[in-house]
Design a protein around this ligand. Structure first.
Ligand SMILES: Nc1ncnc2c1ncn2[C@@H]1O[C@H](COP(=O)(O)OP(=O)(O)OP(=O)(O)O)[C@@H](O)[C@H]1O
Length: 256
């Protein structure tokens, strides 16, 4: 086992993973530098979510693949140690915000702090600070079901950042939002991460989203590829806006 370069906060080598025998990652290696915003792009089913799950220690890679976080081998850690690592050092943002319906907005936001033993008062103060930064401070006492999807996603982002994690994994964080909300939410996330030197690994198949990143890694069929952009244009003349078709074209890539 060779330790990763010092300036990579995350480093992965030869990641393979199959879901019930069906391959999702087939030999992906990459490094993530401290403080960078790295976009992981690719069409549906390319392996983006599986890659984020392996990098964050939710899944263990098959066939001897390695994941290192700050020079610690995540792939050899037991389940409890990985759980603690995720709780204390990582944040996670899902495509659809998953909030606890019985808790109000600030309690939802403060959860990562309270889970690791921070007192209610300091946890509440930190939650309020992050909610203000994400422009949803006025909603602190509301229940999740009274919020719009965009508001809920801001709360989920505040929750992912509240404990000042080293790395935030964002899996299609704007997938369920309208275009205007998408840009705003994303700019807020990237600005907040940059101002606090938090590394972000952002899975997306939206080129506008990846434009906000420092660097992009593209996946196709579970492998890293170099993307070749083909001229836009629908193949199906009856459906010029077919999103699947647009996505398919954007995905035409050359394997490296
Ligand atoms: N829990 C699962 N069980 C079985 N197959 C799965 C599971 N999760 C993912 N897969 C399969 O693994 C492959 C990679 O999926 P993954 O979700 O990692 O890709 P993705 O790029 O994130 O796709 P999307 O943009 O649709 O989220 C796909 O073929 C998918 O169908």
């Amino acid at each position: 086992m060779v330790a990763p370069p010092d300036n990579d906060v995350l480093w992965a080598r030869a990641l393979h993973f199959s879901h019930s025998g069906s391959p999702a990652l087939t030999g992906v290696s990459l490094g993530v530098r401290e403080g960078e915003i790295l976009a992981v792009t690719g069409p549906r089913g390319a392996g983006k979510t599986t890659l984020l799950q392996c990098l964050s220690g939710q899944l263990l890679p098959d066939r001897g693949g390695e994941v290192w976080f700050n020079s610690a081998p995540v792939h050899t850690m037991g389940a409890l140690v990985r759980e603690r690592l995720r709780r204390d050092r990582f944040g996670w943002i899902d495509p659809e915000p998953v909030l606890v319906p019985e808790l109000n907005v600030w309690e939802n936001t403060a959860l990562p702090l309270m889970l690791r033993g921070t007192g209610r008062r300091p946890a509440k103060t930190a939650a309020h600070e992050w909610l203000d930064r994400l422009d949803v401070g006025q909603l602190a006492r509301k229940r999740p079901h009274t919020l719009t999807m965009a508001e809920r996603q801001r709360v989920a982002i505040a929750r992912a950042l509240v404990h000042a994690p080293d790395v935030v994994f964002a899996d299609e964080p704007t997938a369920t939002l309208h275009r205007a909300d998408r840009a705003h939410v994303l700019r807020t996330l990237t600005a907040a991460a940059r101002s606090h030197a938090i590394t972000v690994v952002l899975a997306t198949h939206d080129s506008e989203v990846s434009a906000l990143a420092d660097r992009t890694v593209s996946l196709l069929d579970g492998r890293r590829v170099t993307t070749v952009h083909l001229p836009a244009g629908p193949a199906d003349p009856n459906d010029p806006k077919d999103p699947k078709e647009t996505e398919g074209r954007a995905a035409c890539s050359v394997s490296v």
